[in-house]
Design a protein around this ligand. Structure first.
Ligand code: DC
Length: 227
């Protein structure tokens, strides 16, 4: 195969990376890798094992002993078990930083992620895809949106899930998470110079997807053969 086309997508939480990346991969018929799902699976494992989350060494040992991969249907697996939506509860989301801020855990997960995409045309999303996992990706995309717009989107998704918190609270939570994601020593959120920067505040996800698919096809002839 010609050089694989890797599309690496970064950006803050709630900018629409998952939706966009998954659809770009589907449209181009290439592998999709949700790196955040692996951080979530690792965190679920820690909580289940009752690991002392303040003990960085115990956290790293538990995570590094895990087999984390994906089933054919795209579900993340922990030691072979498909985890489904259990990785997306607020309890797990609140503890992910224990893994994300642990450099030994990051090194382990990055190596797994690099193995998954090696030799494949792939679209992957997550905070360090353009900087650490695939710094040589032929197409890097940074999807951005203001905290206010991301909070509005989150409120729309809230329908039917009980009483939503006030929008000011959601905005404050988003800003706090951005701060954590940006200020991490290793794998911190950062816009690389060569990334295609897309501010999604006033464009639809369909338009964003069209832009990225068009750019990928322009840069990589052999992707047309997949379609
Ligand atoms: O994309 P997500 O919300 O599922 O990611 C969950 C958390 O995992 C996110 O807050 C930060 C962390 N993460 C990371 O540190 N590096 C990645 N490549 C992906 C996710």
């Amino acid at each position: 195969m010609a050089n694989p086309m890797v599309i690496a997508m970064d950006g803050p939480a709630g900018a629409g990376k998952s939706t966009v990346c998954k659809e770009v991969a589907r449209r181009l018929n290439i592998l999709f890798l949700d790196t955040g799902a692996m951080y979530r699976a690792a965190t679920l494992g820690l909580v289940r094992d009752g690991i002392d989350l303040d003990n960085a060494e115990a956290v790293a040992n538990d995570v590094r002993a895990r087999r984390i991969d994906f089933a054919a249907d795209g579900q993340v697996r922990l030691d072979g078990e498909e985890l489904g939506e259990r990785i997306r509860t607020p309890e797990i989301t609140a503890e992910i930083y224990r893994v994300a801020n642990n450099n030994d855990c990051r090194a382990y997960l990055v190596a797994l992620q690099q193995n998954i995409v090696r030799g494949h045309d792939a679209a992957l999303e997550g905070r360090d895809t353009t900087t650490v996992i695939c710094p040589f990706a032929p197409l890097k995309v940074y999807l951005d949106a203001s905290a206010e717009e991301r909070a509005r989107r989150r409120l729309t998704q809230w329908q039917g899930q009980g009483e939503a918190p006030p929008i000011e609270q959601i905005i404050a939570d988003i800003k706090q998470r951005d701060e954590r994601d940006t200020n991490r020593d290793v794998g911190g959120l950062r816009v690389t110079e060569d990334a295609m920067y897309i501010d999604t505040d006033s464009i639809s996800s369909d338009e964003v997807i069209d832009m990225i698919v068009a750019e990928a096809l322009k840069r990589c002839d052999h992707l047309r053969d997949h379609q």
